[in-house]
Design a binder for this molecule. Structure first.
Ligand SMILES: Cc1ncc(COP(=O)(O)O)c(C=O)c1O
Length: 389
């Protein structure tokens, strides 16, 4: 059944006059890039998450790549990671020649299951890349305990979880991990168009990340290996990239960060409306609220059960036909043709498989109107009722 209503997307940015004003000011200033706004954004982000340092980069993917480089991962190393994340998480291991080793997810939280990690650790394992899936913090304490026992490094992919916390530990504070990465893509909690960041408490890692995002170049005379001949002098110490964020983007980030608490409150309000509407819907499971973490709802995912398990495609297409921009997060990474060619499969990942065939994400973003949330609720209830027969 078609509808004249405009499609409600699953995620979308909220840009106000403050961001437009801030961008205009940068456009009229001396620096479009490598200017003061990047530093201001980094300082504010580090303060917000409670880390010593933040390094702003051109995307979350670039942040993951630099995190893998900063940990000195290399060909032959193994990285334990989750099969339910965006491609960039495990691709970062591939970028540096390391091998992703997929471990199954916890069926309640869809984050990496710490209990299954130990069985996959080998002498080649060097790191764990863990994603705070959908906006819920993974069990980082348990992962940190394993990391200490086996001398592994941990990267937290917090592309979904800016503003979340686990008890008193804020995401990004690197209390349990070596590095945290963020993405500022428009569907995320705050946006800079494209953009990302790495946070750390280690000053040497911070210096290295700054260098790597700028071609591996340093201008710090203290770090020079040759005798400096003049004030133009700079040195390239390793093969880096141009992963810089511009001042235009950073100006948007500074304004967005001022609004992040409001954005999260609104996401939680929407999640509450969905929870109340769907808690008693037959054959449907709402996101678990059993974990201690303060969920920030980057995604709101419904799971089908019982007789509806075989009807996800029908339900998904019917909702799309009604203008509801449902999505599936994500196709398990080992099912991607590129990974299949490398020999991966989901054979030993039963929870991943069950999750993938049962899940779909509903629209959730701060700017969605309450009438639109009600439209989503009505459509979901109607379609579930229709497909339950
Ligand atoms: C979990 C996760 N990690 C990494 C990324 C990559 O971020 P970006 O799109 O900014 O490169 C994303 C973005 O979709 C993501 O969802």
């Amino acid at each position: 059944m078609k509808t004249k209503n405009k499609r409600i997307p699953y995620g979308k940015q909220w840009i106000g006059k403050e961001e437009i004003r801030a961008v205009t000011a940068v456009l009229k200033s001396d620096f479009l890039t490598q200017g003061p706004k990047v530093q201001e954004f980094e300082k504010n982000l580090a303060a917000f998450v409670g880390a010593k340092y933040a390094v702003a980069v051109s995307s979350g993917t670039a942040a993951l790549h630099l995190a893998a480089m900063a940990l000195d991962l290399k060909p032959g190393d193994e990285v334990i990671t989750t099969p339910i994340s965006f491609l960039a998480t495990s691709n970062a291991a591939l970028y540096v020649g390391a091998k992703p080793v997929f471990v199954d997810i916890d069926p309640e939280t869809q984050c990496l299951d710490p209990e299954l990690i130990e069985g996959k650790i080998t002498p080649k394992t060097k790191a764990i890349f863990v994603t705070d899936f959908a906006g819920r913090v993974a069990d980082l304490k348990a992962i940190a305990k394993l990391a200490r026992k086996y001398k592994l490094r941990v990267v937290e992919d917090a592309a979904h979880s800016l503003g979340a916390a686990d008890g008193k530990f804020k995401v990004g504070s690197c209390s349990h991990v070596d590095l945290t990465i963020f993405s500022f893509h428009p569907v995320k909690h705050i946006t800079t168009g494209e953009g990302g960041a790495v946070t750390t408490n280690d000053s040497a890692v911070y210096e290295r990340l700054c260098c790597l995002r700028n071609h591996g170049v340093t201008r710090d005379p203290q770090a020079f290996r040759a005798n400096r001949t003049g004030s133009w002098y700079y040195e390239m110490h390793e093969l880096g990239f141009n992963y810089r964020l511009t001042d235009i983007q950073a100006a948007i980030g500074v304004e967005q960060l001022k609004k992040v608490k409001f954005f999260i409150r609104r996401r939680r309000q929407i999640a509450k409306m969905y929870d109340l509407a769907f808690a008693d819907l037959p054959f449907v499971k709402i996101p678990a609220s059993t974990h201690l973490s303060e969920h920030v709802y980057h995604l709101y995912i419904l799971r089908l059960q019982g007789r509806l398990l075989t009807r996800r495609l029908m339900i998904f297409e019917e909702l799309r036909n009604r203008g509801i921009g449902v999505q599936v997060h994500y196709v398990p990474l080992p099912l991607q043709p590129y990974y299949q060619k490398l020999g991966y499969s989901v054979e030993n990942l039963p929870q991943t498989t069950v999750y993938y065939y049962s899940a779909f994400s509903l629209p959730i973003f701060p700017k969605i109107k309450t009438e639109e949330v009600k439209r989503v609720i009505k459509a979901v209830k109607d379609v579930i009722f229709l497909c339950s027969k």
